[in-house]
Design a protein around this ligand. Structure first.
Ligand SMILES: CC(=O)N[C@H]1[C@@H](OP(=O)(O)O)O[C@H](CO)[C@@H](O)[C@@H]1O
Ligand SMILES: [Mg+2]
Length: 550
């Protein structure tokens, strides 16, 4: 039986000591905190990824170094499983345990415990592929990660500076290479070629697409979109904004998808660049989220968020399935979270099955796997479409009986190529949106009018211990603290079209309150009343009670 190379691990671990005053946690989005504190975490994740690969018989595991939409000084790391999906939940706990071992001895002990409890055969090969976004702290974090790979002795492929979804693509492409399920060429160029080719086929013969402005959040998306453009030719003119990769502090600063969703306004840097009626969109710092928008002739800002993308895309796919003659065998469904605008849920539920799951992409992804074609988007613009293996096989062998059916089938097959099915992907989603708009001859205005968003408000409440807040029914009801849910419901009843729910954040030390109502001022009032209830319930300091809470 092979064993760990203790001397090598010891020597390298000593170079990457754990800071004594920090407790790390592998959360919804992996480890994420100040970049300057993450050195030991990266080293240890390197070993863990290697062990995960050994456990899965040498399948390639991905490691992405990014903190997505967070400020530039933050960084983070997440592990990607062989099919390009998020790390299996039980291993999140192993990651947390390893990252918190106080010193080298206890780290090695934790490694041995993990190897025994999960029955890892150390003689198996191990393979990883890794990448980072453009954060300055990424350079040294990558060398800590590489020391981890060295310590466990795995063969590691550096995918350089790229987007999170491209890394997910590479993982799946490497693991399916030469098999019937091949996901594509296992290179970044292969990714661009696959998307470019599918897009060209899908828009061929359609009217010329007007230039789309892309806010790259001063992040890695700027590099990726520039490369993608080479493969799109003149099929879609893209105008790139916020592409300053070397300006300190520029990343995600007053721009990007998260800014647009939270502020519900145009990034100031785009003010004189976006023409009236022109479509614009914002990526986040690792290019897995996408928000669309336009300015009407009065200069009013209209946001087309993840819910609007889901509505547009799901309706289009349903129509194609119907036109292809497959409507009785291929069922399309949508997955949302409680944050989906109530108007979007109504629009979608009138047309197809809709499921609500807890916040976090992995919940959406897993629920979407239960449909033949599953469309999932978080309201914040993170999402994709997945086609079950059975559905893909059926599309490949189905014999249409009319030319119209054949055309629709061709479009569906091309969509399976255009869409990054491993994870939400801003580039792939942007092309998908443009395909649907081109097919339907929609401008932003027509897309926006599929349904009218209910006014809504999201409020953060800082509490002593957010863990006293526990929920059920996909986070839509509180079960603890006792009695609070009834009080919320009492309030909600007083507002026309009122809806409100409270849940602890999984990524920040706050409780989130969401409220909707038919009128904006009422949505705000409801949110602030519920926030006040939450604050008082846990005995928040009266002197510090935010004055907007009612
Ligand atoms: C209301 C909201 O946008 N919540 C976000 C946020 O989660 P919280 O658990 O709400 O902090 O970060 C998650 C990870 O990026 C994302 O999946 C989710 O949608
Ligand atoms: Mg992101």
């Amino acid at each position: 039986m092979a064993s760990l190379h203790i001397d090598v691990i010891k020597a390298l671990s000593e170079i990457h000591p754990k800071p004594s005053d920090i407790t790390f946690q592998y959360g919804t989005a992996g480890f994420r905190t100040l970049g300057s504190t993450l050195d030991s975490v990266l080293f240890r994740v390197g070993l863990l990824a290697g062990l995960r690969s050994k456990k899965l018989d040498g399948k390639t595991i991905g490691v992405m170094v990014t903190a997505s939409h967070n400020p530039e000084q933050d960084n983070g790391v997440k592990i990607v499983d062989p099919r390009g999906e998020m790390l299996e939940a039980s291993w999140e706990g192993h990651a947390t345990t390893l990252s918190n071992a106080p010193n080298t001895e206890q780290f090695i002990e934790a490694l041995n415990t993990l190897i025994q409890s999960t029955k890892i055969d150390l003689s198996r090969p191990c393979n990883v592929v890794y990448a980072r976004d453009t954060r300055p702290s990424g350079i040294s974090l990558i060398s800590a990660l590489e020391d981890g790979f060295k310590a466990i002795g795995c063969s590691a492929r550096n995918a350089g500076v790229t987007t999170t979804p491209i890394l997910h693509y590479l993982v799946r492409a490497i693991n399916t290479k030469g098999t019937p399920e091949s996901y594509g060429e296992d290179s970044e160029d292969g990714y661009y070629r696959k998307l470019g080719l599918a897009f060209k086929k899908l828009v061929s013969g359609r009217p010329i697409i007007q230039p789309v402005l892309i806010d790259c959040a001063n992040g890695v998306g700027a590099l990726a979109v520039a490369k993608l453009m080479e493969y799109l030719g003149d099929t879609i003119p893209l105008v790139l904004e916020n592409i300053s990769l070397s300006t300190p502090g520029a990343l995600n600063n007053a721009c990007g998808a998260d800014y647009v969703k939270t502020m519900q306004k145009l990034p100031p840097s785009l003010m004189d660049h976006l023409q009236f009626g022109q479509r614009g969109c914002s990526l986040d710092g690792d290019a897995d989220r996408l928000m669309y928008y336009y300015l009407d002739e009065r200069g009013q800002f209209h946001m087309l968020d993840g819910d609007k993308i889901a509505a547009l895309v799901a309706s289009f796919i349903v129509e194609l399935v119907k036109s292809s003659g497959l409507e009785n065998e291929v069922k399309v469904g949508v997955v949302q979270t409680a944050y989906a605008n109530g108007a979007s849920t109504k629009y979608l539920a009138d047309r197809l099955p809709v499921k609500c799951v807890p916040t976090g992409v992995k919940h959406l992804h897993h629920a979407a796997e239960h449909y033949d074609i599953g469309v999932y988007f978080e309201a914040n613009g993170h999402g994709t479409v997945i086609f079950s293996p059975h559905t893909q096989a059926r599309l490949a062998q189905y014999q249409p009986s009319t030319p119209a059916q054949s055309t629709a089938l061709g479009h569906l097959i091309n969509l399976t190529q255009l869409i990054n099915q491993t994870v939400g992907d801003a580039l792939s989603d942007m092309l998908l949106v443009e395909v649907v708009l081109a097919h339907k001859s929609y401008t932003g205005v027509e897309w926006d009018s599929l349904y009218v968003d209910l006014p809504n408000r999201l409020v953060k409440v800082v509490v002593g211990d957010r863990n006293v807040f526990r929920t059920e029914n996909a986070e839509r009801r509180l079960v603890s603290p006792p009695g609070l849910q009834q009080k919320i419901e009492g309030l909600v009843q007083r507002y026309e079209g009122g809806r409100s729910f409270v849940r602890p954040s999984g990524t920040e030390d706050v409780v989130r309150v969401y409220a909707e109502a038919v009128v904006k001022s009422q949505a705000d009032e409801l949110a602030f009343r519920v926030a006040g209830l939450v604050y008082d319930e846990v005995g928040g300091d009266l002197a510090k009670r935010p004055k907007e809470f009612l």
